[in-house]
Design a protein around this ligand. Sequence first.
Ligand code: ATP
Length: 358
Amino acid sequence: MGRIRIENLSRKFADFTAVDNIDLDIRDGDFLVLLGPSGCGKTTLLRMLAGLLAPTSGRILLDDDDITAAPSRRRDVAMVFQSYALYPHLSVAKNLAFPLRVKKMRKSEAAERVDAVARQLDIAHLLDRKPKELSGGQRQRVAVGRAIVRDPKAFLMDEPLSNLDAKLRTATRRELTDLHRRLRATFVYVTHDQVEAMTMATRIALLNNGALEQVGTPEDVYDRPASVFVAGFLGSPAMNLLDARVRTVDGTVVASAEGVTAPLWRGQTDGRDVVLGIRPEHLRVADPVDHPGVRLSVDVTSVENLGSEQVAYCEVGGATVCVRAPRPIALRAHRSAALTADPAHVHLFDRATGRRLE
Ligand code: ATP
């Protein structure tokens, strides 16, 4: 088992709060991705789980054990660092065997384990080499291998793919997902890369300024972002976020702004300041016979061709909106156009709190 419960966990550096009162239940077998912009506290949180940094307050439980104050070596977790942290003077075999030596495992048993893990990760032919004689991708595997040999309850990974080139990163993403499936272990994985999070996570925990914004499956956080921050962070190009105000027009409640009208089917109070969120892929060019729920009158500024699809940037009431559609997109630069969206795809947030409105 490898369930990690994080209760009211905080970490301050002098009077700066890097991790702010986080409650998070990481289930056994989860591939939980800690996602957020640079400086939001991901690494600080992971280091507290690893026992490399003491919390200022709160508790960490691994299964039923309170490990908050346990030293790193006493925790049944293994960390894979961004830098890989391999011992440069030791061969791959000795690097892999190192955690087992610390555990005082018999030499023959340790050698067997190292062989098994090396075969599993396809690095058996590299066992006699030193880290400097390996490619970045091979080093990354050795670092993962060194975590696997310990057979820990949980793997903690801090941006392990960030030193790989784009192509290798894609391949390694698939390998890690595969490995997670085979090991059936708990993974806690730090990244600021939303593609890594969306493709690998069973659940994503989104952090902002040290606090948890939302926890959910990749689909949950993408389809039902809990806040303007989450809405803007996930998705490329980003979700269009338009300031609007709730009004009643001819007996219908709408959110409106210059050039924008969206009927609201959720009970809202007149005068409330809101943010309308519409993903670029959910905006389409309005057909003249459309009776669109959502209406945007825009001026097209530019159209980019991405090969299989096109992205158009438009102006509406001083804001920029982005439209993404398969080629050919029926929008021309320097023309005006009418856009629409299915109201089911419109997200509504309170402007004062930034939280989603239902
Ligand atoms: P990145 O993606 O850039 O690695 P992160 O989300 O992992 O960022 P952390 O490394 O957890 O962010 O840092 C969170 C905040 O805490 C940052 O503002 C950072 O400057 C601060 N911080 C981290 N470690 C220390 C420290 N030892 N002393 C003072 N401030 C620190």
